[in-house]
Design a protein. Structure first.
Lengths: 147, 147, 147, 147, 147, 147, 147, 147, 147, 147, 147, 147
C-alpha cells in the first residue's frame, strides 16, 4: 500500500475562517476528510500534519524518509522564503507535489516566487481543496510508473 | 455535456522526438488519445488544437467563446512572453487550466515567469501527459460547482 | 489624396465583447465606421487591417511602403514586446501614430513598456475609439506640414 | 460652456528659444493663441497657466475644482518625478489630458516614466503644439459623453 | 473593556542587554510594566506574549480572534521576511499596530522593508518603549471610532 | 514651554475634499484645531505651516532653528523624493516626527520609500489626524527625556 | 552532400530598402545568390526560407530534422525574445549558426540579449551578407569534424 | 568683461550652521566674498543667486540667456532629481560648471546620481568653498578658448 | 578553560543521509565526535546544539551570553534569510565563526547571500566537517589574543 | 599586403591543457600555425601576440596604429570587464574582429557581457580555433571593400 | 616645497591621436609641460607617471608614501572598475584629486561609476588638460590648509 | 612532500602600513614567516609570491601546474572582478583555498562578491594572518584525503 505524507503549512489551520474570499469556506478538517476519502479510493495510506512552525515542518518532511513513498505539501507562506523546507524536501529524495489553494500568480508579486518548486516533482495551484485530491492522483501515477 | 477546448502551443508537435530527457517519450498523438479517453470517462467533449503560431493560438482561444465551458492550455514557450494569449484567455471569461509537461521551475530562470498564470484558474505543472488528464478532472469540478 | 494604413492588433476583433469595463462597448466594426467617416471628412483614404498574428502585422506595415503616406497602428498586446513590428515601422520611414484604447499607464506594470513608441511620431492613449479619429487628425497635420 | 484649465510646466516659457530641434520653433504665446482659437471653435472657455514652480502647479491644479470641467496639462520635466502634481490631479477628480510636445519615448530613458500618466484620462505625445489642440478635442468628447 | 494582544518578537527578551546604543537600556519587563500601566489608564486589558519562534508568533496572533479587539505587534527581525506572520495578522481581520523601538529607516537597508506593514492599520517607529504606549492610545481611538 | 513647528506638505490643504476614502473626511482646519487642543493639554506651543512648494517647506524647516525644540512634519508627496527637505531637517539638528495620514505601505510601491525617514527620530503612519496628536505626545516625551 | 537549412527572420525581406545605414544596401535576393554560390563552392546543398511569422520559423526549423545536417539562422528581431524558436533549434539537435548582419552589440540595449545564442553552436555578428558565407564555411568544418 | 551667473541651491543659506563636519564652517556670505574677489582678479563680473525653490532656480538659470557667458551652479539636493533644472541649463546653451562642496561620491548612494552632470561642461567636487574659485578659473579658460 | 557553543542549523541532523554528493558521507554524530576531540586537544569545552527551528537557534545563541567565550555556528539554510539569528549573534557581543560544509559560492545563487556573515568574526566555507575543527582553532587564537 | 595584428588574451597560453571540455584540445601553438597558414593563403601578414596582462594587451593594440590594417582579438576573460582594452581598440580606429573559442552565451551569465563588442566590427563566437581562420577571412573582405 | 605625484592611466599616452572629438587634440607631452609650468608657478615639485598596466599604477601610487604630500590621478578606464587602485589610494592616506579630461557623465552609462571617487578628496571632470592645472591649484590649497 | 603555492594579491605588500584598523599591524614579511613555520610543522613546502599586477598573478597560478599539489590565494582587490584569475585557478585543476584577512562581508557591498569563490575548494575569511595558517592545515587534509 502506497504511503503518503501530507503537510499543511502555517495559517492553514485557519481555513474557512481566514479570508474566505481568497481561500474558500472549506475548513482544514473538511479538506482532510476529503484527502482521506480519496486515499481510500486510491488504496493509499496518508499521514496528515499541520504546523505553523517552519522547523517543525522541516522535521515532519525529514520523517517521511523510510515511511512514505511520496509527499504532498502546501508550505503556505513558507513557500516563498523557506530554504530550510526546500532542503528538507530535497534531502528525502522522494517524489513530492506542491499544492496551493489560491492562484498565487494572481496575487501579490512576492507570492509568485516559490523556493520549493525547483525541488518538487510538480505543482497543483489554484483549485482550493481539490488540489490535494488531484495531488494524490498525480502521486499515485508517478509512484506506480517508477516502481 | 461539458465542452472543453484543449490548446497545445509551439513545438508540442515535436513531443517524443524533442529532448525526451526533458519532455518524456510520449508523442502528442498519444497524449491526445489519453485526453479523449479521460474526456469520455468524465462525459466531456474536447476539441484539440495545436499551433506553432502565437496569433493562431489567440484565434483558437477566442473561438472558445460560445462553444466551450472551459479551456485547457499549454502555451509552451509562449507562456513566458505572450501577452496576446493572456489577453485572449482573459477575454473569454472562461475557467482555464494552464498545463506544463516539465517542471518549469527547475529549468532556466526565464521559464519561471508565466504571463498567462495570473488570468487562468489554476496550473498543473510537472506531471508530463498526466497533467492534461488532471486538468480535465479539475475543470469538471470547477464547472459543476459553478453551475 | 492622403492615404493612411490603419492596423489593429491582436484581440481587437473581440472589442465590445472583451472586458467592456476596460475596453468599452464599441465593436471594431463600429470603430472602423467612425474611422472611415473621419477619413472622408478629412479627405483621406484609409485601408483597414486586423490580425492576431504578429508576423502578418509586420507584413501589413511593410506593405504601406509605396502606397500610404502615414500609419495609424494599435499593436495591442504586441506593443509591449514586438521588436519585429517596431523594426517594420522603422523600416517604412513613414510618420506613424500609436493608438491605445485604454490608459495603459493605469494598468499592469508590463503594459507601461512600449517597444514601438520610440519609432513612431506620437502616441494617443486612453480615449477609446476616439483615439483613431484624433490620430487621423494628427497625421493629416503632420503630412501637410512636411509636404 | 465647458471650462478647461490648461497648465504649462517648467521651461515651457522658453519654447521657440529652447533646443528647437527637440521642441520646435513655436513659442508658448503662439501655442496659446492656437489653444484659444481651438477653444473658441469648440465653444469652450480656457484658462492658461504657466509656472516653473512645482508647488504653484499643484496650486493651479487644485484651483480647477469648482471652476473647470477638465484639465489639459503638460507637466514638463515634473512629469517624471512629481508625485505632488500627480496627487493634485487625482484630488480634483476631473478628466485630464497629459500633453507632451516631443516624443518622450524616443529620448533619454528617464523621460519614459510618467508619474502623472496613471491618474489622467489619456496622453497625447509627440505632436508639438498640435497636441494641445487635439487634447481640447478629446476632452470635449469625454465631457459631453459623461454629461 | 477593550482587550488587546501585545506581541513581542525575537530577541526582544534581550532588551536592555542587547546593543543598548541601538535599542535603549530599558528591559522588556520594564516596558511591559509601562504597557500595563497605560492599559489600566485607558481602561484596556492586555495580554503580553514574547517568542523567538516565528510559528509561535503566528499561533499567538491567530489566538487573538474571538478574544481581542486589537493587536500591538513588534515582529522584530521577522518584520522583514515573515509572510507567515503577515498572513496571520490579515487572517484575524483586527486592527493592528506595528511598533519598532529603533528607527528602522536609519539602519541597514534590509530593515526598511516590512512584510507586515501593508496589512496593519498603522506603524509607530523609533520611539523606544514609548512606541507601545502610543500604540495603545492609537488603538483605543480606532476601536472606539469603529464601534 | 516647549515649542513645536508643525509642517503640512502639498495637497494637505485639500483634506476632506480629496479622496476621502484614502485620506478621511476631516479637513486640515479641523486637524489643526485638534493639534492646538492637544498642545494646550501638553503645555506646548505650536506654529502651524502648510505649503505646496517644496522650497518653502525647506525654508519653514530651517526657520525652526532657534525657535522650536522639535518638529512634526507630514511632507506629503515630497516624502518620497525631496532630498532638499531631508537635508533641511538634518540641518536643524532637532528631534522630528514624520507623520502620514494613510498607511503608505498599503498603497502604491513608490509611497513605501521615504527620503526623510532616515533623518527623523520616528514615524507615525496610518492613523489619520490622530497621528499629529500622537506625534506631539511622542515629541514631548523625547524632549523632556533629553533635557 | 551536406544539406543546410538557411532561415531568414522578420523584415529581412526588406533588406536593401530598410535603413541601409544599419543593414547595408544588399537585398535578400542578392545575399541568397551569394549563399548559393558559396554552397556550390563548398559542395553543400542549401534550402532557403524567409518568414515574418515566428511560428512559421518554428515550423521551418523543425522541418530540418531528417533532411539537413546543419542550420544557419538569422532570427532577426525574434532573436531577442523568441523562446519558441530557441526551443525549436534545441529540439532539432543539429549544429546551428546564428548570423546577424549588423553589430547588435553596438545598437539598442535590448538587441544585446539573444534567446537563441545559448542553444546554437556559434554566432557570426556584424559582417553584413558576408556573415552567411562565413557561416556555411564554419558549419562545413563542424559537420566534417563530427562525422 | 565676462559675465557669470553663480547659483546656490537649497540649504546652502544654512552653510556654516549646517552639519559643519560635512559642509565646513564657512558661511555662504564668506564664500560669496571669495567668489567676488576671484572674479575681480580674473576681471569677470558675477551675479549671485540663492534659492531653496527648484522653480526659482529654473527661472534664474533661464535669466542667464542674453546676459551671462557662463554659469556656475551648485544645485544642492536638487542635483540628484531635478530634471527641471537640467532642462533649464541645457536650454541656455551656455558653458556651465557644477560645483559640490562635499565629495558626494563618499556619502549616501543617492548622492552619486547627478541629473545635471550630463548637460554641464564639467564638475568640481569635494573642495568646499574653493570649488567656486576653481570653477571661475575653469570657465574663464573655456570662454576665452571658444571666443 | 575556554568555553565554546557549537550550533548546527536545520537539516544538519540528516548529514550522511542527505545528498552525500553535496554534503559528504560523514554523519553529524561523527562530526560532533571530531569537534569534541579537537576541543579536548585545544583544552576547550564545547556545548553542542542542533535544531531545525529558527527561533530555537536564536534562543541557543542568546544562551551563550554569560557562559561561552565564543560561538561556532552553521546556520544551514537560515544563513540566507534569518535576520533573527543575525540579531541574536550580534546581541551576544561574542566572537563567532560561521561554518559551511559545502562551498556555498559554487551552488545556487541564493546561497551566496549570508545574513549572518556581516556580524561574525570570520567564515570557514567548503571544507566539510574539517570546517568545525578549523573554526575551533581560529576561535582559540582570537580569544587568546583578545584576553 | 594586408597586415593584421592577432591578439590572444589571458590563459590562452594554457589552451589544450586548460579544461579541454570547454576550450578544445588544440594548443595555442597549433592555432597559431593555422592562423599563419590561412594568412599565407589569403596573402596577408600576421603578427601574433599573447599576454596575461591587461595593460600589455592595451599596449599591443595601440601598437597596431601605423602598422596594421586590421585586428583580430580574443580578449579572453578581459572581454567581460576591460574598458581599457575597449578604449584601446576604439583609439586605433581600425576594423577589428572579436573571437571567442567557446560559445560564451551558453556558459556563466557574466560571460554574456562583452565590453569590447560595441567597438569592434563583428564577433565570431563558438567555433574553437576555426574562429581565427574565419576572422581573417572576414577582415580581408572588410578591408578590401573599404579600400 | 610641496611634492605631488601625477599619475596618468591607460591609453592617455595616445592623447591627441585618440578620438580627438572626445579627448581633445593636446598630446600627453603637451599636458605634462603645462603641469610642470603650473607646478613651477605654485612652487611645487611634480613627478609624472603613465602606465597602461593597472598593477603598475598601484605600485606608483604606493610609492607616493614618504615622498609626496598629494596625488593627482587620472585612472582612465580603470576608474570604473579598479578596486586595486582604489585600495592603493586609500592606503597612502594622502589627499588625492581625481581628474577626467572628458565629461564622463555625458558618455556611456558605465563611465558614470567611479571606484576611486569615494576615496579621493575631490574630482575635477570635463575640462580637458586644464583639469590637471586646476587640480594642482586645489591640492595646494588643501595641503596648505591642513599643515 | 606536499608542495603549495601561496599567492598574495595587490596592496598586500603594504600590510602593516595600510589601514591597520582594517588589515591589522602584521606586515607581509611577518605573515610569510608564519606561513613557512606552519609549512615546516606540517611537512609541506611553500612557494611565496606577491604581485600588484593581475596578469602576473594569472601567470603565477598557471605555474603551479606540474609543481604544486594545492594553492592558497588571497587575490586582494582582484577577488571582486578578476575573471582572468578565476579562469587561471580553474585551469590548474588543483585544490585551492581563498583567504581574506578582513571580514569582507562586513565592509562595502562590492567586497561581498567574489569572482574566484566558485572555483576554489573553500574560503577562510576574517582571521587576519591566521587565515593562511588555517588554509595550509585545510589543504593538507584535503590533499591527504584525495591521495
Amino acid at each position: 500500500m502506497i504511503k503518503i505524507l501530507v503537510v499543511h503549512g502555517p495559517n492553514l489551520n485557519m481555513l474557512g475562517r481566514r479570508e474566505p474570499g481568497v481561500y474558500g469556506v472549506e475548513t482544514l478538517d473538511q479538506i482532510n476528510v476529503r484527502i482521506e476519502a480519496k486515499a481510500t479510493e486510491l488504496e493509499m495510506e496518508v499521514r496528515l500534519f499541520q504546523s505553523n512552525i517552519e522547523g517543525e515542518i522541516v522535521g515532519a518532511v525529514q520523517s517521511a524518509v523510510g515511511w512514505a513513498q511520496g509527499i504532498v505539501i502546501n508550505p503556505g507562506a513558507y513557500t516563498h522564503y523557506s530554504i530550510a523546507i526546500r532542503d528538507a524536501i530535497a534531502a528525502t529524495g522522494l517524489p513530492a507535489v506542491e499544492v496551493h489553494l489560491s492562484n498565487v500568480h494572481a496575487r501579490e508579486k512576492f507570492r509568485r516566487r516559490s523556493m520549493t518548486a525547483p525541488v518538487v516533482t510538480g505543482q497543483i495551484v489554484g483549485f482550493g481543496g481539490d488540489g490535494y485530491v488531484l495531488a494524490l492522483d498525480a502521486l499515485k501515477r508517478i509512484i506506480e510508473r517508477e516502481s
